[in-house]
Write a protein that binds this ligand. Structure first.
Ligand SMILES: Cc1cc2nc3c(=O)[nH]c(=O)nc-3n(C[C@H](O)[C@H](O)[C@H](O)COP(=O)(O)OP(=O)(O)OC[C@H]3O[C@@H](n4cnc5c(N)ncnc54)[C@H](O)[C@@H]3O)c2cc1C
Length: 415
């Protein structure tokens, strides 16, 4: 990676943290910028993640006819709160977990829907040094600010190690009751405009309109419109039939954008015993991050969430399911002794194995910011593209929302 590219990359990463705002998403702030429709357009949106939901929400408000198609039986995509495997009404996040202070777009919609934010973690997360593992001091703060995009880039870590960047310490929040309350609120507003259990297998367009082909267990449905918003990850779009084929540069962008490897392990414990020794339940180590997923939730029981990205995630991937839980217990025991006597049940989740995500979030190589992303966000005829991967905040809800607003403005500006 040459120096210019690295600087470019860092600029974008800091943008991701909300330190500056790039031209790509500048218009996302303030009003939505979606023009009232002179004549209602029929818009088909593929994907009811936050990108598709916010686009639908704003386009409906502007007077358009919208149909949202999602393969799953719920809205929210990678904003997914896990409840089932746990007892006492406890919950933990499979995807989006924390909302940085600077993410004003996410916060704007949290406020619009009357949802309540609570702290993600205690304000001073590391009171005592962890046992047995070196905490990554030089990158800790930067990761706090840069977050999800940082892990897999060794050269960046090296750069930060040498004092190449300063970053603000962030305060994070989460939505009381689970972050899935945000997509659920959008979905409630959109009512029956969302069709669940509707996997799109092909998209087609001609001079007059667009068609999404939905595969059912028996037969196929065709949903037609004037424009189509494709709000699914590129990892999924790769498997769709597109007719006529996109331009070669676009096809290359869809193929080449990689996504982060990630794995989460959840350990339900009889008590949040780590607090007895003054630990916050939040630690960043070389291999995994530890989050007390139940911080702020009532009761004695707790869920310790281990979050592995990059190489650590790939290593865990190769283990059998019960070995993954064993690995999690051993790691947690090293950091918070007492795990074995408090352990009740374990669970693990990986977005790479989820058929409608096929990866955690977009991981741009440094030069791809200037080469791949401009092509990736371009519309193809009547088809427009949204998703966290097509924003200045890849790996964040803010990115999905910003891209959804961008695409809603694009479509509303079409003749
Ligand atoms: C492990 C992890 C940790 C994260 N941590 C945070 C965090 O702490 N804070 C934060 O703000 N963000 C975080 N994020 C990022 C955030 O979750 C995403 O940026 C955001 O949810 C992406 O929204 P999206 O609409 O772009 O895509 P998605 O949420 O993936 O939505 C795409 C939708 O398309 C649907 N779909 C896919 N294929 C088809 C098809 N063929 N037909 C019909 N429908 C289809 C899917 O079912 C899905 O509902 C995290 C993400 C992950 C994975």
């Amino acid at each position: 990676m040459n120096t210019v590219h690295r600087r470019d990359f860092l600029r974008h990463l800091f943008t991701a943290a909300g330190v500056t705002v790039s031209p790509l998403d500048r218009l996302a702030f303030g009003t939505s910028g979606v023009a009232a429709a002179q004549q209602p357009r029929r818009i088909v949106i593929v994907g009811a993640g936050l990108a598709g939901l916010v686009a639908a929400h704003e386009l409906v408000k502007a007077g358009n006819q919208v149909v949202v198609l999602d393969a799953q039986l719920r809205a929210g995509g990678r904003v997914y709160t896990l409840r089932d495997p746990f007892t006492d009404g406890l919950y933990a996040e499979a995807g989006a977990a924390r909302i940085p202070e600077a993410h004003d777009l996410t916060r704007r919609y949290v406020t619009e829907f009357g949802l309540k934010l609570i702290s993600f973690q205690p304000d001073r997360p590391r009171q005592t040094p962890p046992n047995g593992k070196r905490v990554l001091e030089p990158v800790e703060q930067a990761r706090g600010a840069l977050g999800n995009a940082l892990w897999s880039d060794d050269s960046l870590i090296e750069f930060l190690d040498k004092g190449g960047a300063e970053s603000p310490v962030q305060h994070y929040d989460k939505i009381e009751g689970g972050n899935d309350r945000l997509p659920a609120a959008f979905a409630a507003r959109l009512e029956n405009r969302i069709r669940y259990g509707a996997p799109v297998v092909a998209i087609q367009q001609d001079g007059h309109g667009v068609r999404a082909i939905v595969q059912h267990s028996v037969g196929r449905d065709v949903v037609s419109g004037d424009f189509l918003i494709c709000a699914v990850p590129f990892t999924v779009l790769r498997g769709m039939d597109v007719s006529p084929a996109f331009r070669p540069a676009k096809r290359r962008a869809i193929e080449q954008l990689t996504s982060a490897a990630e794995r989460r392990i959840y350990l339900q414990l009889a008590t949040r015993y780590w607090t007895n020794s003054g630990n916050s339940g939040f630690e960043l180590t070389e291999d995994v991050d530890f989050f007390d997923a139940t911080f702020g939730q009532p009761g004695d029981r707790g869920i310790m969430m281990l979050y592995a990205l990059g190489d650590s995630a790939v290593r865990i991937e190769h283990l059998m399911p019960d070995q993954r839980i064993r690995y999690g217990r051993d790691e947690a025991e090293r950091i918070y002794p007492g795990m074995s006597t408090n352990f009740e049940r374990g669970f693990s989740w990986c977005w790479g194995e989820a058929p409608w995500a096929r990866g955690a979030f977009a991981l741009y190589k440094p030069d791809q910011w200037s080469t791949l992303q401009p092509v990736a966000i371009q519309p193809e005829g009547r088809i427009h593209f949204a998703g966290e991967h097509l924003s200045s905040w890849p790996g964040w809800m803010q990115g999905a929302l910003a891209s959804g607003l961008r695409v809603a403005r694009e479509v509303s500006a079409r003749a």
